[in-house]
Each structure stands twice: as structure tokens, then as C-alpha cells.
Write a protein that binds this ligand. Structure first.
Ligand SMILES: Nc1nc2c(ncn2[C@@H]2O[C@H](COP(=O)(O)OP(=O)(O)OP(=O)(O)O)[C@@H](O)[C@H]2O)c(=O)[nH]1
Ligand SMILES: [Mg+2]
Length: 371
């Protein structure tokens, strides 16, 4: 697409990084010519996101985003890898080394405000370091932030300054982990200006690199998120994202279940308690998601007939999803059954026989409880 240039320089959108063009209102990167005279130039898509919370689909593919990130491998820089602490594994972004090259990596767990206060910070950082090592990453440091609330962003900025050693900084990660929100916070600290880069709960908001100049002539660079197609967010309609993705601290919900009972999490996942006597299960999911209790023997019919109505959100167009079942006997006390991107159920004592159902392609795993 022919971009718009001024003095031979390509103009890019300050909100998402896309090349600006003034010719075709229906294509990517459009801005009316009059917009170019403003100090901050934003494309039509960013404008609509910001003012109407509406997202225009883009024709960019996974490959396009990977190509953009691949250029980092040839740089000498600090990589700041952000993960969403609420969906650690789902937002992990495997294969970082493929485009990060040999550069040092600083790992940040973001959205710490979502976790119940009972999750201890030190324990979480220890756990993140352990998980990172299991996943083959040895970060120079591990931090925890809430970019939305501003918690520990100042400390993170100090750590970045320390580890970057006078080099550029690339902020990378899966879509929606809060990279742009994090950078906006840092800009705010430095310049006092707020919400420069466009952020939204739609995965894939940032479309190209956005360089924020640092005082020594280097830059802090926002990058487009890599899409993880296994994340729950990709199975639902866009308007259901506000239900699925928590905005506030998760309030744990305790369910006393008898053998043979089922819990539905909207129409997105199902949990069967098969055997092990009456016991409690602690659910950690977005406060907006309805948890519906029924009997195992009724659950199949209920899902078939009521997904998208009583059990909502469900899949695209409100349709039932193809749910895949996995069964375990919980061997260790304090185990979390993690429904990637949705939340987790904590089981306090060993011995329960359970089954979990998630949309085909989504992940469900066990871990030692975080709490
Ligand atoms: N609760 C909470 N939400 C956050 C936090 N940081 C970001 N968010 C929200 O997460 C969503 C995604 O934020 P973005 O900053 O656009 O994420 P991104 O990583 O830049 O996403 P892409 O540009 O799509 O790759 C938005 O709805 C943010 O408000 C946080 O610390 N806590
Ligand atoms: Mg972004």
C-alpha cells in the first residue's frame, strides 16, 4: 500500500504504528489529510477504537507480525518480555529465542491487580522464575507489575534502565498482555502525557513497531503482539471479550460439590466432580462469568440445548463449542486446574476424581496452587 510521506519520511500512526495513507478510507492506515497537521497522528482504526471501542479487522497475518519481530534478532538490545499473569502459559509466547537472538531478556508478569490479595508477590515471582526456567528461558530478572494501576511500573522502568546498558529496548509478548499500556505508563512518568499508544481488550491492537525516544538517543519500542490461537479469547465473539477478560481483582467463588455434580463456566468450559466425597472447589474466573451448577448426567443435554443462552458466553455466533474432555485424579493437596485464558479451580485436598472440558484447541493443565 502506498504510504503517505512528508519530507520523504513515512508518517506512521502514533496509536498503532501502521503506515498512514490518505487515499483510501476503507484500507488500513487511513487518516484524512487534515489529520497530518496535528501533533499526534492517529489512523481511523485507532480513532474508532479510542472513541467508540470498536475494532476494524485487519488483513495482517501471523507471518506479517513475525516478520516485524524477526528484525529484533539483528539488533543489540534489551528484550522486555511481558506475560499476562492471569494466563501465564497461554500468554507465554514460545520460541522467543527465534527472534530475540542472543539479547538479554527481562521478564515481566503484568496484570498483578487481577490476582486475589492472598497470592503473595514473592511466591509468584519465585513461581514465574521456575516456570520460565522449565520453558527454557533464563531472564536477567523477573518483575511483577500492574500497568493498568501503575503498580511497580516505576520499579520496572528503573530495572529497564539498569539492564539496557545504553541500548534500545524492545517490549514483546503475546497479544493483550498489556505491552502498550505498560509503555503508556512509562511515557506518562517521563513526560506527563497519557494514553499516547492505543490500547484495547481486542487482541491485535498494535500493528507495527512504535519507537519512543529515550534521553540518550536510544528508544523504547512497542511491538505488535503475537497471536496465540489457542487462547480462549479467540473462541468467543468480540463483544464477549469484556465478560471473559477480567478487569478487576478476581473474587474467588467457593462451591461445595457433591459427587456427580458439574459446573459450567458460561458456555466456555465445564468441570465435572466425579468422586471423592463432598468437598469444596474454589473458582478463580472473571467476576462477570456465570458459573452454573448442574448434575453430570444432565450436563451434555444442558450444553447442547442452552449454550449461548443460559450458558453464555459460548462460541462464535453464540453457538456451542466443541468441548474436549480430560480426566484426572488429583494426587496432591493444593492443586490448580488451569483453564488457560479463563482462570482456574483450586482443589485443596488430594483424592478428587475430576474431569475438565475446554474448547478444542484450548489448554487445560494442572499446577501446584499459587495460593
Ligand atoms: N487488569 C489489568 N488489565 C490490564 C493491565 N495492563 C493492560 N491491561 C488491559 O489489557 C488489555 C490489553 O492491553 P494492551 O496494552 O492493549 O495490550 P498489548 O499487549 O499492547 O496488546 P496488542 O497490541 O494487541 O499486542 C487492555 O484492555 C488493557 O486495559 C493490567 O495491569 N491490569
Ligand atoms: Mg499493543
Amino acid at each position: 500500500m502506498g504510504g503517505t510521506t512528508v519530507n520523504n519520511e513515512q508518517i506512521t500512526c502514533d496509536g498503532c504504528g501502521v503506515a498512514i495513507q490518505t487515499a483510501n478510507p476503507d484500507s488500513l492506515g487511513y487518516a484524512p489529510a487534515s489529520a497530518l497537521e496535528k501533533e499526534v497522528v492517529v489512523c481511523k482504526r485507532c480513532f474508532r477504537l479510542k472513541h467508540y471501542n470498536e475494532v476494524q479487522d485487519v488483513e495482517l497475518t501471523d507471518d506479517d507480525f513475525l516478520k516485524i519481530l524477526n528484525t529484533i534478532g539483528d539488533t543489540e538490545s534489551l528484550i522486555v518480555k511481558i506475560v499476562d499473569i492471569f494466563d501465564f502459559n497461554g500468554s507465554w509466547l514460545p520460541g522467543l529465542h527465534r527472534f530475540a537472538g542472543k539479547n538479554p531478556v527481562l521478564l515481566i508478569g503484568n496484570k498483578s491487580d487481577l490476582l486475589p490479595k492472598s497470592v503473595k508477590r514473592e511466591k509468584l515471582i519465585h513461581w514465574m522464575r521456575h516456570e520460565a526456567s522449565q520453558l527454557g528461558l533464563k531472564p536477567v530478572d523477573v518483575l511483577l507489575t500492574s500497568a493498568a494501576k501503575g503498580n511497580e511500573v516505576h520499579e520496572a522502568a528503573d530495572a529497564i534502565e539498569h539492564y539496557r546498558n545504553g541500548k534500545d529496548v524492545y517490549v514483546v509478548g503475546c497479544t493483550n498482555v498489556g505491552k502498550s499500556t505498560f509503555i503508556n505508563r512509562i511515557i506518562k512518568e517521563i513526560t506527563g502525557e497519557g494514553d499516547i499508544i492505543t490500547t484495547s481488550h481486542f487482541p491485535g491492537t498494535t500493528l507495527d513497531m512504535i519507537a519512543i525516544p529515550l534521553s540518550d538517543g536510544r528508544a523504547l519500542i512497542d511491538t505488535p503482539g503475537i497471536i496465540n490461537h489457542h487462547q480462549m479469547a479467540h473462541f468467543v465473539e468480540k463483544e464477549d471479550l469484556k465478560v471473559l477478560l477480567p478487569k478487576k481483582e478476581i473474587k474467588p467463588k467457593v462451591f461445595q460439590l457433591n459427587e456427580g455434580q458439574t459446573l459450567f463456566f458460561g458456555g466456555l468450559a465445564r468441570f465435572d466432580y466425579i468422586s471423592g466425597g463432598r468437598r469444596s472447589f474454589i473458582c478463580h474466573v472473571s467476576n462477570e462469568i456465570d458459573i452454573h451448577r448442574t448434575k453430570i448426567e444432565k450436563a451434555d443435554d444442558l450444553y447442547e440445548n442452552h449454550a449461548g443462552e443460559l450458558l453464555k458466553p459460548a462460541g462464535k455466533d453464540g453457538k456451542a463449542l466443541e468441548l474436549v474432555r480430560q480426566e484426572w485424579t488429583i494426587k496432591e493437596a493444593k492443586t490448580d486446574i488451569v483453564f488457560s485464558g479463563l482462570g482456574w479451580i483450586t482443589v485443596n485436598e488430594a483424592g478428587a476424581k475430576v474431569a475438565a472440558y475446554v474448547p478444542k484447541g484450548a489448554a487445560v493443565t494442572l499446577r501446584k496452587s499459587l495460593i
